[in-house]
Structure formats: C-alpha cells, structure tokens
Design a binder for this molecule. Structure first.
Ligand SMILES: NC(=O)c1ccc[n+]([C@@H]2O[C@H](COP(=O)([O-])OP(=O)(O)OC[C@H]3O[C@@H](n4cnc5c(N)ncnc54)[C@H](OP(=O)(O)O)[C@@H]3O)[C@@H](O)[C@H]2O)c1
Length: 354
C-alpha cells in the first residue's frame, strides 16, 4: 500500500518526545551532511536547536543554517545529551559505535549508513513505499542504499498493482554516491584531463575523467557481485516486502557529479502494457514522469540533480520477453536527496508529533 510520506506519522507508536525536536547531524561536513542541512532548512523542519558533529578534523569549522553560523563540534559519546533526533551520515563504523549511545541518551536515530539496514528490529524505510513500517522501531531507523531508495519509489506503484516476479537492473552511478572527496576527484581529474596533465586517483580505484568502471565496492570472489549490488538486491527486496524476489544487477560508476541512473527491466506475474505501467507511474508519490518519445527526452542526471522527485521514463515493452509480462524503464534520482538526505528528513517528518 503506497503512502504519502506524511501519512506514515499516523501509524507511529514512537515519535519525538517534543513537537520541536533538538537535532544533531553526525557527519555534517560531508556530501550527505550538507544536503541534510539544506533539506531541514528548505522544508522548514520544526527544530528547536541544531548541533553539527564531525570528526576532530572539522571541529571548529562553521557551517551556515538558516542564515546562522554554527560551529562544528567533534563527535564524542557526550554529543547526544538533550538531542531528540540524530541524523547519522558518517559511515558504518561511526554509526555502529554511536547510534546506541544516541538512543540511550533519548534520541531517535535516522541512519544513512549500511550498518543496521538488514537488522530485523530496524525498519528500512522509503516513506512513500513502506512508511507504515515505522510503527515499530527501537530508536534506530535505517535509510536505504541510494539505488534501492530511488528504484523502489518507481517500482512500488507497479508492484502494488501487479506483483513483480523478477528485476534486472543496470546502474549508472555518479560521483556523489562516493562522498564529497569523490566529487572533488571528478572535478580535479576532468580539469587535469582537459589540460593534458596526468592525475593520480586518490579516492576511486580507476581514472574517472571520461571513463566509467564497475562500482568501487569490494567484489565477492565467489559470486562476482560487488558489495553495492548485493546491498541493492537485499534492500530492494526488504523495502518492497518481497523477500524472495529474483534481482539481477550490474552497478557502474559513471563520470557524472550527482544523480544516479538505472535501466530496470521489470517482469510481472501477468502481462502488463506500457500504457498501464505509465498510468500507474503518473502522479505516484515522489515520482515525475519524463517520457517524451517524440522529442527523445527521458530522465537525465542534469535534470534530476537538486530535485526531490525521482524521474521515470522510457517506459516500453521489453522486446526480449515475448510474453508481454516485462516492461523496461529508465529511472534517475538525485541520490544525495532521495537516496540519502531528503529520505532521512522525510522519515524524521513522519516522526513529528502533530
Ligand atoms: N553519498 C551518498 O549519496 C550516500 C547515499 C546514501 C548513504 N550514504 C552514506 O552516508 C554516509 C556519509 O556519506 P557521504 O557521502 O556524505 O561521505 P563524505 O562526504 O565522505 O562525508 C563523511 C562525513 O563523515 C564524517 N566522519 C568521518 N569519520 C568520522 C568520525 N570518525 N567521527 C565523526 N565524523 C566522521 C566526516 O567528517 P570530516 O569532514 O570531519 O572528515 C564527514 O562529515 C556514509 O555512511 C554513506 O555510505 C551516502
């Protein structure tokens, strides 16, 4: 059952203890942290106070929120005193160490890392898709992998009308998915390439300018799948509530600054026409249809960047499946927003006392 993000609040058993939560961002200086600041401001999140936390490297720096300069503090075990909402985006190790400390201090944690995503008592939430699962949590809520979050926004309206039997996905993932340093590496290596200079990659394993390569996550030597692909498979199943769903996937890093693309072939239990799929995706929550065959205009990272909505288009019959049960789509979403910060803030909004 699809829900508008704000509707998820009605099902909650555990919300913030106050109507105006005190908020902390862990990893405020990172790529996701910067977007969390902007999302909270732009969406007028009713916060009582904002604490910005990062490593000792960033302590003393200032960041701007709603026209005010806030000094970044070093994350310590005492950082969560008085905090109602802790938005974590500082990697799995930091989440594993500090999330329980934040919960013990009385905060609800919304975690962007992969640390808890498959824990049965930690809901993995895309508010439009499975917001009702927020009803049971023990203080930690997981924000999905960026590909899983973006893909499920487009897949859920189809799946709730016609059960999906199989997925095949190929991704085109941008630099921002690997953090602020990878974005800088793409800028610097592109400038070096255009100037005819050599450039030694520091963040990603291969030359990035005018190149693409298999996702940089570690490869499982037995299956040949990398960590990103395995996350997307497991998380997509969990978010859609389809534990056994067969998912094939190839994740590729492309030289785009932000916004991930994905070509998805969806096979249903029954025949579904492209027209029926298009109609289900039109006006679905969090989605925008960009599907202009006459103009050959479909979703692009340049148009998805900075946009809350996930773009979906190229909706057509999969000619590789003569049974008529398979539809091909192209989906692009800003993974710093729907794949990370926006989704986290939407989860927090659903936890607000109204
Ligand atoms: N980028 C995405 O699209 C995306 C999407 C979904 C989930 N995520 C997840 O979100 C998290 C952050 O990703 P990102 O892309 O924002 O990375 P990033 O740009 O590299 O930023 C990392 C942030 O974590 C902080 N940090 C690192 N180690 C720390 C420590 N020991 N103690 C306190 N703070 C520490 C950094 O602080 P300093 O500046 O002080 O080093 C920085 O603020 C990761 O877990 C990532 O998997 C990212």
């Amino acid at each position: 059952m699809l829900t508008k993000p704000e509707d998820a609040a009605s099902t909650l058993s555990r919300q913030f203890r106050t109507a105006r939560p005190a908020v902390a961002i862990v990893g405020a200086t990172g790529a996701v942290g910067a977007e969390l600041l902007q999302c909270l401001e732009r969406r007028n999140f009713p916060l009582a106070s904002l604490r910005l936390l990062a490593s000792a490297r960033s302590a003393g720096k200032t960041l701007t929120f709603a026209g005010e300069q806030i000094v970044v503090e070093e994350l310590t075990e005492a950082s969560f005193e008085g905090i109602d909402l802790a938005l974590f985006s500082a990697g799995s190790g930091t989440s594993k160490h500090y999330a329980d400390i934040a919960v013990k201090a009385g905060a609800i944690v919304v975690d962007n890392s992969s640390a808890f995503r498959m824990y049965p008592d930690v809901p993995l939430i895309v508010p439009e898709v499975n917001g009702a699962a927020l009803a049971t949590h023990r203080g930690i809520i997981a924000n999905p992998n960026c590909v899983a979050a973006i893909a499920t926004v487009a897949l859920a309206p189809l799946h709730s009308a016609h059960p999906i039997r199989r997925l095949n996905i190929a991704t085109y993932q941008s630099a921002s998915g690997a953090g602020a340093a990878a974005m800088e590496e793409l800028r610097e290596s592109t400038a070096a390439y255009l100037n005819g200079e050599s450039y030694q990659p520091r963040v990603l394993p291969h030359p990035y300018a005018f190149n693409f390569f298999s996702h940089n996550a570690d490869v499982d030597q037995e299956s040949g799948y990398n960590g990103e692909e395995l996350k997307v498979i497991a998380e997509t199943r969990r978010i859609l509530g389809a534990d056994e769903l067969p998912v094939g996937i190839t994740c590729i890093r492309v030289p785009v600054l932000r916004a991930h693309g994905m070509a998805i072939t969806v096979t249903f239990d029954e025949a579904v026409t492209p027209e029926a799929a298009r109609s289900l995706l039109t006006d679905a929550p969090g989605l925008k249809l960009v599907d202009d065959r006459a103009a050959n205009r479909f979703p692009m990272p340049s148009e998805a960047s900075g946009e809350d909505d996930v773009l979906v288009g190229r909706i057509r019959r999969d000619l590789g499946d003569p049974s008529g049960r398979s539809i091909a789509l192209f989906v692009v979403g800003d993974q710093l927003l729907k794949g990370a910060a926006l989704n986290a803030v939407q989860i927090a909004e659903a936890l607000l006392v109204r």
